[in-house]
Design a protein around this ligand. Structure first.
Ligand SMILES: NC(=O)c1ccc[n+]([C@@H]2O[C@H](COP(=O)([O-])OP(=O)(O)OC[C@H]3O[C@@H](n4cnc5c(N)ncnc54)[C@H](OP(=O)(O)O)[C@@H]3O)[C@@H](O)[C@H]2O)c1
Length: 269
């Protein structure tokens, strides 16, 4: 675990947070700034992004650069390269995700494709771009957000679950490849976390019957663990319950996760 000075020396001077206009992404941007990094904040909503960027500048005295961007854009790489080529990016957090909740066939195909673009193509593009620059400099860090939904298939979240499995394996693979080149990578396996985006999906956290984390606690654990293990589950209760999931027969887990989603989103049989 790096102290604040060490953190900035290892992962500074700039951080790029993909999906930073609220909730978990905003918390990542604030935590990076509190550890002494300047921050590029990328998301689609300009007004929110500007507000968060201004607050971070005034609260932590670092520089910020808001970048209005759809991470599903075909020209994602060109947009990001153009907006950041004058900055030395020592940290990438790929936080944003597109979630298509519901029965697979009831959702438009475009929603599933969008999840693949934002959740899979996006982290590959940005990890390849910034990871390459970091590896050349011999230092840096990448955090890829994934989820407990990555451990098995689960009904009502099919493309999201599949995309998060992709993120988990991407992060772990890059941990193995980039560590010898001085770049730390962490796949952060989030459990239920209180964010406006997740609440907007219609989730009923009360039906979970388990503790729900706050974004600030999740991101603190993520940065504390960067450079240690290939993945990390924030929250002791999540580590216990996800440990049990990994040990259980897969069919039971898939059925259990599907049943839980049905309750969480109040889908009828
Ligand atoms: N919250 C949970 O319970 C939970 C549990 C497990 C894992 N996770 C993971 O944690 C991460 C954060 O999830 P969250 O639901 O809590 O969301 P969040 O970070 O609170 O909000 C999502 C952020 O991503 C941005 N974003 C979404 N789509 C985008 C796009 N196409 N282009 C650019 N920016 C985009 C949103 O901004 P704009 O709308 O302004 O673009 C917003 O700033 C995700 O990777 C998710 O899989 C969350």
């Amino acid at each position: 675990m790096a102290g604040n000075g060490d953190f900035a020396a290892k992962y500074g001077p700039w951080a790029f947070v993909a999906g930073a206009s609220e909730g978990m992404g905003e918390a990542y941007a604030r935590e990076a700034a509190s550890r002494g990094l300047h921050v590029v904040l990328a998301a689609r909503r300009e007004e929110r992004l500007d507000r968060v960027a201004r607050a971070i500048r005034s609260d932590f005295g670092v520089e910020t650069r808001p970048l209005v961007l759809d991470l599903a854009a075909e020209d994602l790489l060109e947009q990001v390269r153009g907006a950041t080529q004058d900055l030395e990016m020592g940290l990438l957090v790929y936080n944003a995700a597109s979630v298509s909740v519901g029965r697979f066939l009831d959702r438009e195909l475009a929603d599933h494709i969008r999840s693949i673009d934002v959740n899979c193509r996006g982290p590959v593009v940005l990890s390849h771009h910034f990871g390459g620059l970091m590896a050349k400099r011999g230092r840096g860090g990448i955090v890829v957000m994934t989820s407990g939904a990555a451990f098995s298939g689960c009904g009502f979240l099919a493309s999201y679950s599949a995309s998060k499995a992709f993120d988990l394996n991407l992060g772990e693979s890059l941990w193995a490849e980039l560590k010898p080149r001085g770049v730390d990578v962490l796949a952060l396996i989030g459990g239920a976390t209180n964010t406006p985006h997740t609440l907007s999906t219609g989730i009923d956290f009360a039906a979970l019957g388990a503790p729900v984390m706050e974004a600030e606690d999740v991101v603190r654990e993520a940065f504390d663990q960067l450079g240690e293990e290939p993945n990390w589950i924030p929250g002791e209760h999540n580590r216990q319950s996800m440990g049990q999931l990994q040990a259980a027969p897969r069919r039971l887990v898939i059925e259990g996760m599907t049943g839980t989603n049905q309750k969480l989103y109040a889908f009828e049989d």
